[in-house]
Design a protein around this ligand. Structure first.
Ligand code: GLN
Length: 231
């Protein structure tokens, strides 16, 4: 995925997070501001959220451009959650372009999006991967090792594939975990929660940029950012 976003806090509508912000994922699907790999993100999109009384997340994904989906736009204002992970995709050459390759990927309560690329040959093969797409195999790897070990997983994969780009974004409804490794990330702490995104969705001066090669761990009222390579 080439641009992603997570929200953790009081319930917000999917529309208010993904479609309405002036510079949000909808705009980023055709005109990202901080993207150095690919010009637009028209190869699909996905939204995952945790819903009351459901143990596992629900997802709505597509292989089409986000701007072309009028049905999603009509329903998004009535979908709300305290935990949302969304992404728009620019497919890496050679990767499948069907819906199953669109993030977020899931395991239990976890939702995961990957911005970047990785040589699948350096990863074990996982029968449970949702797609043969590099991001889905990487997601299966993170889920198999355990997201608690995200820092170690990313530095180890980067050692095996030195040109990998490994910016990951995960949430399980309790916290957001994210890494920067080759692609940007910013966060915004609001009174009712925290947004973490590839790029700010508006010009609010409170957005904070995360430096490259860092790990972010956030709960609705606390964000910690630590260097990956010193760990
Ligand atoms: N490699 C992933 C894919 O093909 C992610 C691509 C990206 O971040 N642009 O979907």
């Amino acid at each position: 995925m080439c641009r992603h976003l997570a929200w953790l806090g009081e319930p917000r509508t999917v529309s208010s997070l993904v479609l309405e912000p002036e510079l949000g994922l909808l705009r980023q699907s055709y005109q990202p501001r901080r993207q150095s790999h690919g010009l637009m993100n028209a190869d699909g999109w996905g939204v995952g959220l945790l819903a009351p009384d459901r143990a596992e997340p629900v997802r709505w994904r597509s292989s089409r451009p986000l701007w072309s989906d009028a049905s999603f736009a009509s329903v998004a204002p009535v979908l709300s959650s305290g935990c949302v992970v969304a992404a728009v995709r620019s497919a890496t050459p050679g990767m499948p372009t069907d819906e199953s390759a669109s993030a977020p990927f899931t395991d239990g309560r976890w939702l995961l999006s990957h911005n970047g690329r990785v040589d699948r040959a350096v990863l074990p093969s996982y029968a449970e991967a949702e797609s043969v797409c590099d991001s889905a195999v990487l997601a299966a790897h993170v889920f198999a090792q355990g997201p608690d070990h995200l820092a170690k997983i990313v530095t180890e994969v980067a050692r095996l594939d030195p040109v990998a780009r490994l910016s990951l974004l995960l949430s399980d409804g309790e916290r957001i975990l994210a890494t920067t490794w080759g692609d940007p990330l910013s966060y915004l702490v609001e009174p009712d929660g925290v947004v973490v995104a590839s790029e700010p969705y508006d010009d609010d001066p409170r957005w904070v940029d995360v430096p490259d090669r860092h790990l972010l761990e956030a709960t609705p009222d606390r964000v910690a950012v630590t260097a990956l390579e010193e760990r």
